[in-house]
Write a protein that binds this ligand. Structure first.
Ligand SMILES: [Fe+2]
Length: 282
């Protein structure tokens, strides 16, 4: 039996509930804390909870993720900041023509052991309900995608994620293991839709640092991030120790999944492949 199977059977025991009273949002302290974090998210597009995961649970989560590295699928791509085709944009100087590099791996949800502490945390309803409350959503559902529900991003030596706006409104990540060097999360808050949005994007892509915020990687931090409004990137990682960041996905509608094309891009399979036929034994 692994360490994760003998400890943290209850997801609540992984979370520092003294500091972050999210187990019961109907209680006075839980309601007040959540309301404060909601206001902060609306104002900044960010909710960052340092030390969300207790140190002993963090060690288990990092060890589990570290044991799955050979199951990560790596994808190298070039994309613009909008993660969209630039067809139809005739202005040669438009920022949509400028490409950024991304090289990242991901361990698919269906390759993480059913008893893993990460899956217990993801399936813990109070966490889902707290995230919904921070975002101001009446309800959230766990994502129903077999690979993308809760995957683990792996940035090994040379890994990076170029400047971009997310397609999804929000992203929830858990800072699990910092790399030896690099791998900083940088962003320019809430610039989407501003009259000078594209001028700001152009400056950021040129390397201007005004307005760029860098979040230190502190293991155990839970981050709720409004990535559609805020351009962001992960700087290039160096060294032997990979940067490990689980991504917890939720949806406002039940049963939501990625398309087979997206699964193929991020995890190398559609999920629709025929299963191998096992030969009958003698
Ligand atoms: Fe992103």
């Amino acid at each position: 039996m692994s360490a994760s199977q003998t400890s943290f059977a209850d997801a609540a025991s992984m979370v520092d509930l003294d500091r972050y009273p999210i187990a019961n949002l109907a209680a006075a302290d839980g309601a007040a804390f959540t309301e404060k974090r909601h206001r902060e998210y609306v104002a900044t597009g960010l909710c960052m909870l340092h030390g969300f995961i207790r140190p002993d649970a963090l060690a288990v989560l990092a060890s589990e993720a570290g044991g799955l590295l050979d199951k990560a699928y790596f994808c190298r791509s070039a994309h613009n900041a909008y993660l969209a085709e630039d067809d139809g944009i005739t202005d040669d100087d438009d920022v949509s023509h400028r490409l950024e590099e991304t090289y990242v791996g991901s361990v698919a949800y269906d390759l993480i052991h059913e008893d893993a502490a990460l899956k217990r945390l993801y399936k813990w309803n109070p966490l889902k309900d707290f995230i919904a409350a921070v975002l101001g959503k009446p309800v959230l559902h766990r994502f129903a995608d077999m690979m993308g529900a809760c995957s683990i991003n792996v940035f090994r030596d040379g890994g990076e994620h170029g400047w971009h706006f997310d397609e999804s409104e929000f992203t929830v990540t858990l800072m699990l293991q910092p790399p030896e060097e690099g791998g900083a999360f940088e962003f320019v808050p809430k610039i989407r839709g501003l009259p000078d949005e594209k001028a700001i994007v152009a400056k950021v892509l040129d390397g201007a640092r005004d307005g760029v915020v860098e979040l230190p990687f502190t293991a155990g931090t839970l981050l709720i991030f409004g990535g559609r409004q805020t351009i962001h990137r992960v700087t290039k990682v160096h060294g032997k120790r990979p940067r490990l960041v689980p991504v917890l996905c939720y949806s406002e509608e039940p049963g939501s999944t990625n398309s087979p094309e997206v699964r193929k891009l991020f995890w190398g399979r559609t999920g629709l492949e025929p299963q191998p036929v096992l030969e009958a034994g003698p």
